[in-house]
Ligand binder design. Structure first.
Ligand SMILES: Cc1cc2nc3c(=O)[nH]c(=O)nc-3n(C[C@H](O)[C@H](O)[C@H](O)COP(=O)(O)OP(=O)(O)OC[C@H]3O[C@@H](n4cnc5c(N)ncnc54)[C@H](O)[C@@H]3O)c2cc1C
Length: 406
């Protein structure tokens, strides 16, 4: 019997594993992928996430290998373009997820976690003999050959489509919104030239209306919000540029059949991006994910803790999923240690309360933004507000970047 079985070795699983192993728990991490593995993402570690990884002693390699990101450029309908530097000299990092996740996993292994790559979990093992069902581990393998891994605590960190959370009926895709992401890497994507060099040179001016035609001297993430969709753009190490389009779609959407063509078409018709994309070339097939939103009714039942996207996902627009994942992994690890030491009584309530304290404000913020950008009128109103009061957008950028948390 394992102390802790962690399903999924992404950021949530790796952070939980590192903390638990350092605390002396016997931890086995399993993942259906072999690492390093790719993951569709905007590849931006925001300042709040980076600060937390620093506290955990997990940030050195990320800081060294990622590109420093000093803020965000947000453009909207009607040529609105606002650059907002993160306050207080804070910065994030742009780093390809393949590399970030591999670095975090290596930290977990160094801390003493066992790791089984290429092992898919098929379903949780549930003991129904109690008044409340209790999770006792998971069945792993293929339909031809499977085995049971028994554990005192199981942490489901298996991402948005969590086999465990969906399998237990804890997760569902809401009817609305039905948004899909299409993302890929480009080479020769021209750097943006609209960020005012002043933003880089005069950090006291946190956000400025952006005059056209000035060269960027600082790496900023970009969010281009359009009616019904948005496009995130991030320069990443290796001279590549990450481009993610998020738009409504149904599974039968014919355009999703050719995501490369869709991505290129969207860039070509966008006034702010078409010139920069004109000489760019996709370096591999884009990845398609959806529907994106996942609602989860509870992050813990006896024997089981959820962390990261497996505990719910709102929208990638705010670029803070990694903060929920890393902090969620931390909170799950703390709850696991309580359960191992004192049993399950009160563990769910404390985890729920801790997640509320850390996340509830940001969940509300993210839901409001998601609603705003899914309505054409909302996008127009936001553009108008940004024109007359760019400070509002500066505050939104700082909040999205989790600059208020340590
Ligand atoms: C388009 C897009 C852009 C985004 N951009 C950003 C951004 O710029 N910044 C940011 O902070 N966040 C961003 N996010 C969110 C971020 O990617 C996620 O929040 C983050 O990856 C969650 O980490 P995780 O560890 O919970 O899950 P994951 O990173 O998804 O890891 C889950 C792991 O579980 C494994 N797994 C799944 N099922 C099984 C199974 N049955 N058995 C065994 N293993 C399994 C998978 O192989 C995977 O390794 C973005 C998301 C999307 C969709």
């Amino acid at each position: 019997m394992l102390d802790v079985l962690i399903v999924g070795a992404g950021p949530a699983g790796a952070v939980a594993g590192a903390i638990l192993a350092r605390s002396g728990a016997g931890v086995c991490l399993v993942d259906r992928a072999t690492f390093p593995r790719d993951k569709l993402c905007g590849d931006t570690v925001n300042p709040g996430t980076l600060a937390r990884l620093e506290v955990l002693g997990l940030a050195d390699d990320i800081e060294a290998r990622g590109l420093r990101v000093d803020g965000m450029l947000v453009t909207g309908e009607g040529d609105v373009a606002i650059a907002g530097r993160y306050p207080g000299q804070r910065a994030g990092r742009a780093i390809i997820r393949r590399d970030l996740d591999w670095l975090l996993l290596q930290r977990a292994l160094t801390a003493g976690c066992e790791f089984e790559p290429g092992v898919a979990v098929r379903r949780p093992i549930v003991d129904h003999g109690r008044p409340q069902p209790v999770v006792r581990g998971a069945v792993v393998g293929t339909s031809a050959a499977s085995c049971e891994l028994h554990a005192r605590v199981t942490i489901a960190a298996d991402g948005r489509r969590s086999t465990i959370a969906f399998g237990l009926g804890l997760a569902r895709h809401p009817v609305r919104p039905r948004r899909w992401a299409i993302g890929g890497y480009f080479e020769n994507f021209a750097p943006q030239t609209t960020i005012n060099a002043e933003v880089a040179e005069h950090p006291e001016k946190d956000a400025l209306r952006v005059p056209r035609g000035l060269r960027c001297t600082s790496v900023f993430g970009e969010m281009h919000v359009r009616r019904g969709r948005y496009i995130g753009v991030a320069p990443v190490p290796g001279g590549l540029t990450n481009v993610c389009l998020v738009r409504p779609a149904g599974p039968a959407d014919a355009e999703l059949a050719d995501p490369a063509a869709m991505l290129i078409r969207e860039l070509a018709r966008d006034r702010a991006l078409r010139d920069r994309a004109a000489g760019a070339r996709l370096v591999g097939p884009p990845v398609v994910l959806g529907p994106l939103a996942v609602d989860v009714c509870d992050a813990a039942i006896d024997g089981l803790l959820l962390a990261g996207d497996a505990a719910g996902f709102i929208d990638p627009m705010t670029g803070d999923g990694l903060r929920f994942a890393t902090r969620g992994g931390e909170l799950a690890a703390a709850a696991a240690l309580q359960a191992l030491e004192h049993g399950w009584t009160g563990v769910h309530a404390r985890l729920r309360a801790a997640r509320r304290v850390d996340f509830a404000g940001k969940w509300r913020f993210n839901r409001v933004l998601r609603t705003l950008v899914s309505s054409p009128r909302g996008v127009d109103l936001a553009a108008a507000a940004a024109r007359v009061a760019p400070a509002i957008l500066r505050a939104v950028i700082a909040r999205a970047g989790d600059c208020h948390v340590e």
